[in-house]
Design a binder for this molecule. Structure first.
Ligand SMILES: Cc1ncc(COP(=O)(O)O)c(C=O)c1O
Length: 447
């Protein structure tokens, strides 16, 4: 018979990181070839996955952790609440992104994270939020809900698109729309429609100058960039775990600034209500928010404690993050960007410089997501049927996976459709060449 103490001890065990199943020596992946790294992924060698911006591919080890931890916690009559706080995983993941455990939450998705931020902000009727028309639906719908519910004003700017856009244009666009009532600046780190790498630090500094709270939709950032969340200077960054980070679907990361480092963000911490929390005090109030670099409460714990959680998925996401640390996040960022520049030059050869919707001349705005117009006639930018056929035939006839996007273009009476590809560490130059050549042939046929 087990004692209560033994039961509690055993409850903390299964979700801890498992020993590596590959028997690699520490640091082994740091120097492994990209070909060997590709074998880590549960990705069929005959398919060309150029759509990580929608969903990544899980490494085999991540799948194994998900499966093992699910089995360990099924029907075991164990206390599931302590591991659902993911204390150790959050500390490790936070370190990888340059922040602390009390600022990091493992959540369900970028959408869930950003909704919990938007509805936790201390906003009232008459306050204004400034964002863009190029945000994900999850951001715009939640702000619109606040508008309907509390009478906020949601102002939007439409970021310029095209290869020659410069970072200053974007910052100036935002600056012109700030009013004395603006309280929040919200934007994607990388936009999903045109793959614009927003000038994150410059926009956060703009927000600091105007005393604004910054909410970044960072869905596409982790796993793509070697990010230092604190140095961006934002208050909140909500991320997907299942895109470039290649964790399981239904995982996300949420960074919540919980202490003041004036060199990164000199503003006081915003008032924030951590909605959906079983750890928030049941009586009375939490301590006032800190004004120093030492936290006054664990905001991450307030947000993390949301009842029972999918312990297996959290552990699997933590394993994906560990793998990235083993390979080297700096190395991965270089790889992803090199492949993107290879793809960009192939796309320009095939379709021309002006086919690009993604900013390309200004290196500060380049990301590995590239949106382009593949057809001869520019008027086809309004032809949804052609884009659907283009993407479907690539997938079904050639096993090449990209997507189409749809977005506002300044001065255009209609939204434009574009094809979008993105590169990740498991791609290689040969498959990109083959994919672009196939796209060029198919576009000619459809033009
Ligand atoms: C920029 C951006 N934000 C948010 C999301 C939603 O992500 P999630 O599925 O993790 O909620 C997406 C999905 O493609 C995205 O690209």
């Amino acid at each position: 018979m087990t004692t209560q103490e033994e039961t509690v001890a055993s409850t903390t065990h299964p979700a801890e990181p498992a020993p590596s199943t590959t028997g690699r020596s520490p640091g082994g992946l740091r120097t492994a070839s990209w070909d060997r790294i590709r074998d880590l992924f549960a990705l069929d060698r005959n398919s060309v996955h150029l759509n990580t911006g929608t969903v990544g591919a899980m490494p085999h080890e991540v799948l194994e952790v998900n499966d093992r931890v699910t089995r360990e916690w099924t029907g075991g009559l164990m206390n599931v609440y302590p591991p659902a706080m993911y204390t150790e995983h959050r500390a490790n993941i936070a370190r990888s992104f340059g922040v602390d455990q009390d600022e990091m939450v493992i959540c369900h998705s970028a959408t869930e994270g950003v909704a919990r931020v938007i509805h936790g902000l201390d906003l009232a009727e008459g306050d204004e939020v400034l964002t863009t028309t190029h945000e994900c639906y999850s951001v715009l719908s939640n702000f619109n809900l606040l508008r309907n519910r509390h009478g906020l004003t949601v102002r939007t700017v439409t970021p310029p698109s095209g290869p020659d856009v410069r970072a200053e244009e974007i910052v100036e666009l935002f600056e012109r729309r700030i009013t004395p009532r603006t309280k929040v600046l919200a934007f994607a780190g990388v936009t999903l429609f045109t793959g614009t790498m927003m000038p994150i630090r410059d926009l956060c500094e703009l927000a600091h100058r105007h005393g604004l709270t910054t909410v970044i939709d960072g869905a596409l950032l982790p796993g793509m960039l070697d990010c230092d969340f604190r140095s961006y200077g934002a208050d909140f960054i909500s991320c997907s775990g299942a895109k470039f980070q290649c964790g399981p679907l239904g995982t996300g990361l949420l960074y919540v600034r919980n202490k003041v480092h004036p060199q990164h963000n000199p503003l006081p911490l915003p008032t924030f209500w951590p909605i959906i929390s079983t750890w928030y005090p049941m009586i009375g109030s939490p301590p006032p928010r800190t004004t120093t670099s030492v936290e006054s409460c664990n905001m991450g714990d307030y947000l993390q404690s949301a009842g029972s959680a999918n312990i297996a998925r959290g552990a699997a996401l933590a394993r994906a993050c560990e793998l990235w640390d083993e390979i080297g996040r700096d190395r991965i960022e270089r790889r992803v960007r090199d492949l993107a520049e290879h793809a960009r030059s192939r796309l320009v050869e095939a379709f021309g410089w002006n086919s690009l919707y993604s900013p390309s001349a200004d290196p500060r705005l380049r990301s590995p997501l590239i949106a382009f117009h593949p057809f001869r006639d520019r008027a086809d930018a309004w032809n949804i049927k052609k884009f659907v056929e283009f993407v479907d035939r690539l997938e079904h006839e050639h096993r090449i996976w990209i997507r189409w996007t749809e977005f506002d273009v300044p001065g255009s009476p209609h939204q434009h459709y574009a094809a979008r590809l993105c590169t990740h560490l498991f791609n290689d130059t040969a498959e990109i060449d083959r994919a672009v050549a196939t796209m060029a042939g198919l576009a000619r046929e459809l033009s």
